[in-house]
Design a protein around this ligand. Structure first.
Ligand SMILES: [Zn+2]
Ligand SMILES: [Zn+2]
Ligand SMILES: [Zn+2]
Length: 263
């Protein structure tokens, strides 16, 4: 057994030389906080924190990339939206076409006329227009509004986007204003019902959708309006057999002019 002599070990810290730092000796944060020390710091994190976030250049690069992505994707989204609207317009047209077929069935094969006047006197105000005549068969006023257009107030204060085909102003098939349709007639008087336009897209709910080559002045009853190509440089059309189709303008003229009731 050894005994300390007086003065031995006094004034010397124990252990004499501590080879560990405070952090290494006491790594647990809880223990450290109990001991009143700050939590341990990961030296790797310490280095990153010193950078203080992103630099301006990095931010600008990120913003530029986002801007490019948006520029690429926006037309894609816009096209998808327009495709949906065109499909909804087509669905409207389909319903109008089916309603027109039902109208003809109820009226002894007479197709729906653009309008009806007292005693067939066009100088007197119209009693009803085509969209009012077929409305009982559709029972939905929204069907005469094209979603890409929204509808505008037309004849009889009705808001819509579609027009009945112009009846023309000439009996000469070579005249640009020839259409060859009687005001009131039967489906039997249409030479090729599946290739004869009945309803097209115009800026209001009205009579008389015209091809671009019509040269006549606005009509006495029902403003004549050129067809509007709202959907991908084309438009939806209803034909006299009741079917609907999207076509570009050239397809309405070639190989067959679908604005003329010709054999
Ligand atoms: Zn009329
Ligand atoms: Zn449309
Ligand atoms: Zn016309």
């Amino acid at each position: 057994m050894t005994t300390l002599k007086n003065g031995e070990g006094v004034g010397t810290p124990w252990p004499a030389a501590d080879p560990f730092s405070t952090e290494q000796r006491n790594p647990c944060a809880v223990t450290r906080s109990l001991a009143g020390l700050p939590p341990p710091v990961n030296p790797l994190l310490k280095k990153r924190a010193a950078r203080q976030g992103f630099t301006l250049i990095e931010l600008l690069v990120v913003i530029a990339i986002i801007a490019i992505l948006v520029a690429i994707l926006m037309p894609v989204f816009a096209q998808a939206r327009e495709r949906a609207r065109a499909a909804s317009c087509f669905s409207n047209m389909r319903q109008l076409g089916m309603a027109a077929v039902m109208y003809a069935q109820d009226y002894d094969d007479h197709y729906v006329p653009p309008c009806l006047h007292p005693n067939m006197d066009a100088s007197r105000p119209a009693l009803a227009l085509w969209f009012q005549l077929i409305q009982p068969y559709v029972k939905n006023w929204d069907t005469i509004k094209c979603p890409s257009h929204g509808g505008a107030q037309g004849a009889h204060g009705v808001v819509g986007s579609y027009g009945y085909i112009c009846l023309g102003t000439s009996d000469d098939p070579n005249d640009p204003n020839f259409v060859g349709l009687p005001w009131i007639g039967t489906l039997g008087s249409i030479h090729r019902a599946a290739e004869m336009i009945m309803i097209g897209e115009i800026p209001v709910a009205g009579c008389r959708v015209c091809p671009f080559y019509h040269t006549h002045a606005p009509m006495l009853h029902g403003w004549a309006r050129p067809v509007q190509l709202r959907h991908f440089k084309g438009a939806n059309f209803v034909f006299y057999d009741g079917h609907s189709k999207w076509m570009n303008y050239d397809q309405t003229l070639q190989p067959r002019n679908m604005w003329k009731n010709l054999p």
